[in-house]
Design a protein around this ligand. Sequence first.
Ligand SMILES: Nc1nc2c(ncn2[C@@H]2O[C@H](COP(=O)(O)OP(=O)(O)OP(=O)(O)O)[C@@H](O)[C@H]2O)c(=O)[nH]1
Ligand SMILES: [Mg+2]
Length: 377
Amino acid sequence: MAEEEKKEKKGFFRRLWSGLSKTRNSIVSGLENVFTSSSKIDEDFYEELEEILIMGDLGVSATDEILEKLRTEVKEQHIKEPAQCRDILIRGIREQMTVDEHAYDFEEHPSVVLVIGVNGVGKTTSIGKLAGIYQQRGKKVLIAAADTFRAAAVDQLKIWADRAGVDLITGAEGADPASVVFDALQAAKARHTDILLVDTAGRLHNKKNLMQELAKIDRVITREYPDCIRENLVVLDGTTGQNALSQAREFAGVTNLTGIILTKMDGTAKGGIAIAVQSELKIPVKFIGIGEQIDDLQRFEPDAFVDALFDVTPQEAEEESTAEESKEETSPAKEAPKEEESQTTESGETPSSEEKPKNWWDDIDDTPIFREHGDYY
Ligand SMILES: Nc1nc2c(ncn2[C@@H]2O[C@H](COP(=O)(O)OP(=O)(O)OP(=O)(O)O)[C@@H](O)[C@H]2O)c(=O)[nH]1
Ligand SMILES: [Mg+2]
């Protein structure tokens, strides 16, 4: 890992740690309290833990699994002291958030990243930040401004594209968003773009229109660029807690969601939602946003997240990560199989197009939403 990247990571952990202070105060101090004030492990003890986890927005499914694991271990290891449950519980939380090793394959192959979500969650901002990250890594990045619903949307995206130093494909205000995507796809293929990021509207005249429009964009990408790796990211605002879950479910009906960008994790008391979304939806959180600046987005790292949540101080985390890195550096064998795996993916079909099940939008009317503008159907 480059020196610069290490420094950036440490800085990000510090900001994540302070961003999670409200969550830490509500969930973690509550848990600590139960561990220290309970005299024995009984039903009351489990109920108190359950209440704190649910109140902390971890969701029913994650809470059940975490407590089930705790009960099993308490039984198997004949644990008597409530305080001994702390580490088991933290381990249980960590286990709710595993990220598949292929989660970021799209970054290494020509890909189209469709970014969707309700209005104001941080789609445009996250695209700007992602463009910055990939541009810095030497990738050829292109952005499609498929939010043609608001005039200001393109201006906002233009500012981000300029900031990141990448090109932007736009259409006229009110143009069919799918036509902007169509143009961007042709440009991406012609220019050998590595990553095409597609910004979409979060609001239309009604929800049905929005969902139809997104489904149509999804189909245009599948049809026009079948060889690309597809990444469909739903952006969820971390401050909205359980609402974020129902939004994600709604968008999962429109496209095959491959990941979540969780934004506004700076200063929320509902940080437990990161655990809930993965556990409930079985969709990984891939990126986490902790502010409005271009470097305020990073890959979601479950271990760092749990460390930040459970009060591992930034200094302790730095020591841990330095130890981890020196372990990695001395075991190059760990890196080797990764390359082999990515070659296999490259030689095969794009996983998303091969495995894609039939979706409900396959049956919906193809009539363009904006007939008077560009129409590629
Ligand atoms: N604090 C904080 N603010 C954020 C973060 N991400 C986005 N925002 C802010 O959230 C607001 C909305 O962000 P946008 O990127 O415009 O959201 P959008 O989803 O594109 O919104 P629409 O285009 O209206 O659907 C802006 O003021 C952003 O600066 C974050 O991680 N932390
Ligand atoms: Mg936007």
